[in-house]
Design a protein around this ligand. Structure first.
Ligand code: SF4
Length: 329
């Protein structure tokens, strides 16, 4: 393994002092000392490998704010990476996100620091389930949320995000649409379209834990409540705004809210707080265990060894790409 020389601890601390100033309210001085060697090594390795690091909004602040080149939701990450002149992409997110990055960037090497970073929603459905649904509802198009595996995307007609789901469903030339796999996002979309939706029983283990009673207990004058549409209906009923991670972030900026209850994976509030220091974020904290599998030492190791590589069967790749491109079109 090639070792990269690093300056001593004092040099590192002073070199990265401006960076720490930005994140000091989210990362303790003790943790910063522990993180610095990996942060420094990752930044050097990125240059050596001509690599970029993509970090999902739910990544921990020490990753999101210090080593990421592109941040955002899964589709935005994969799309933005298409415009970057890099040989290697490191996806700091879960496996389906790395697959999406590979599908949209087939000539680049896509790495994920921990291959076991899965997702309860993605794992709730298989291509065989879609085949059975097609047999039960002949002719109904299959609209699939991007939080699914490449194989499930390939078995679908078109993908959607939480931001464009209603638009994509309405664009289908059929009164009945099979909408997969999140039952809560599906119920939210069903309330905004005249189409009959056939739903699946999948759910995100982070968002389904929120409850309406919990949100009511946090309600206070002047607080703006924003919720992700993967939350149950009684939670969405309490929200002032429902939208994707990108839409929630946009709403905080455009509404001028100074007190925000953000009902989604709680690292997002930590990351937004770095950019918006004048906004007070409060929330019940639900962390995604799969996102937490990605750590600075694993990113460093991944860049040193250029493994694990995300590979997709060529037939699956073509089908998944078709479903994604149909959405983008
Ligand atoms: S937050 Fe939910 S949808 Fe996102 S990766 Fe975790 S389990 Fe999957």
């Amino acid at each position: 393994m090639d070792r990269i020389e690093t300056p001593d601890d004092t040099d590192l601390a002073s070199h990265y002092a401006p960076l720490y100033e930005r994140v000091q309210h989210r990362i303790s001085p003790l943790d910063w000392q522990l993180y610095l060697p990996s942060i420094d090594a990752i930044r050097r390795l990125k240059r050596e490998r001509n690599a970029i690091v993509l970090a999902h909004n739910y990544q921990a602040p020490e990753i999101f704010n210090t080593v990421a080149d592109i941040t955002g939701d899964s589709l935005a990450l994969a799309r933005l990476a298409m415009n970057v002149d890099a040989d290697v992409i490191v996806m700091c997110g879960v496996h389906f996100m790395a697959e999406t990055a590979k599908i949209l960037n087939p000539t680049k090497t896509v790495l994920i620091p921990d291959l076991a970073a899965g997702c309860s929603l993605s794992e709730s459905i298989s291509p065989r389930d879609i085949k059975l649904l097609r047999e039960r509802y002949p002719g109904a198009p299959v609209v699939t949320y991007v939080n699914t595996s490449a194989a499930v995307k390939a078995a679908s007609d078109v993908c959607c995000t939480s931001a464009n789901a209603v638009e994509i469903v309405n664009a289908q030339n059929s009164d009945t649409v099979i909408f997969l796999p999140d039952r809560y996002l599906g119920a939210h979309v069903a309330g905004k379209t005249d189409k009959k939706l056939v739903l699946w029983h999948g759910a995100c283990e982070v968002h389904e834990r929120f409850t309406g009673a919990q949100i009511r207990s946090y309600r206070a004058p002047g607080i703006r409540v924003l919720a992700h549409p993967e939350c149950p209906p009684d939670v969405l009923a309490q929200a002032d705004f429902v939208g994707s991670t990108a839409a929630m972030s946009g709403d905080i900026r455009s509404s001028g809210a100074t007190r925000v209850l953000l009902i989604t994976e709680c690292s997002m509030a930590d990351n937004l707080a770095v950019e918006l220091p004048n906004v007070e974020f409060t929330r019940p904290c639900n962390l995604c265990p799969h996102m937490r599998r990605i750590t600075l030492p694993k990113i460093e190791q991944c860049l040193r060894s250029l493994t694990p590589v995300v590979e997709i069967d060529p037939t699956v790749m073509d089908g998944a790409r078709r479903a994604l491109l149909r959405m983008l079109a």
